[in-house]
Design a protein around this ligand. Sequence first.
Ligand code: ACO
Length: 326
Amino acid sequence: MRHAIIIGTGSYLPDNRLTNDDLAKLVDTSDEWITSRTGIKERRISTGETTSDLAYEAGKRALSSSKLSAEELDLIICATITPDSFMPSVACIVQQRLGAYHAAAFDLTAACTGLIYAMAVATSFIENGMYKNILVIGAETLSKTLDWSDRSTCVLFGDGSGAMILSSSEQKSGIMNVILSSDGGKREHLCLPAIPMANPFVKKDETDFRPTISMNGQEVFKFAVRSITDLVKSVLAKTGLKEDDIKYVVAHQANARIIEHAAKFLGISLDKFFMNLDRYGNTSAATIGIALDEMVQNKLLKSGDRLILVGFGGGMTSGVVLVEWN
Ligand code: ACO
């Protein structure tokens, strides 16, 4: 049986830092409100770099840390809800820029759970023997989708990208278990519309329409806490592991209070939950990849450590991956 192991990670964030105090000059908010409700202190906001620019930089760094050459990649999957265009995909742009001439490439949409879904797809391609080396990227420029006059959403998000290389191995480690879940019945709680339906036969005039993120914060909060709690319990039950067998939980970085509530319900020490959302805010599909790369950079992970990566997001979607570090 082949296993998918992580052989490289990378991340990239735009240089431009926007602090809570900077935001308080744009909308009626304060550092105190944002910090106490979310834990976020600052985020990075693109000054022109596109999602494919961020994805390319993170992908290049993951490739370099894996020691593979671009020609050895078989597939590139980019998880994003903020592509440069519907066509071509971000993954195809990255493929050309990296010179990954033998790789197939496509984008995948599962909102903030995107990286977990992309890891699941990559793992199944590797386990069934179809591909050997896969670049998985989560990349977003959410700043272009925000209503910058809406204080209830614009304070939460940031731009960034995280990536990893998954590779086929005989070693029984790496991606040990995956659970994905969706609940389309709750889809109205978190929305980002695309091009409105328009053609000579549609009566409604929506020519001034600009798509922005809207959210029912309290419903998303409840969904998020329940998703983390249920999925962590499920993956532990499926693998026969106990909380003590887990070194770190890397939950989607949306809000520190969500993570604190989930930790309490699970009875797992908050110290095991890696957090960097104070510095980057919610970068949607990118958060878990950025966090994992920071953990690698900071030498927090050693062979045999077990980590749970758990995400939730629009759709609504959620998912968990159990990793044994190799
Ligand atoms: N600054 C100051 N006041 C604000 C701000 C702000 N940025 N935003 C909202 N308020 C005000 C509201 O207007 C309201 O005022 P009112 O009482 O006078 O009407 C008051 O604060 C309370 O608003 P609520 O929306 O009830 O605040 P809540 O405590 O629910 O916190 C928050 C809002 C932080 C969004 C919370 O609901 C939350 O964390 N939800 C989870 C959503 C999330 O994390 N989404 C991320 C994207 S989703 C994803 O990644 C899957």
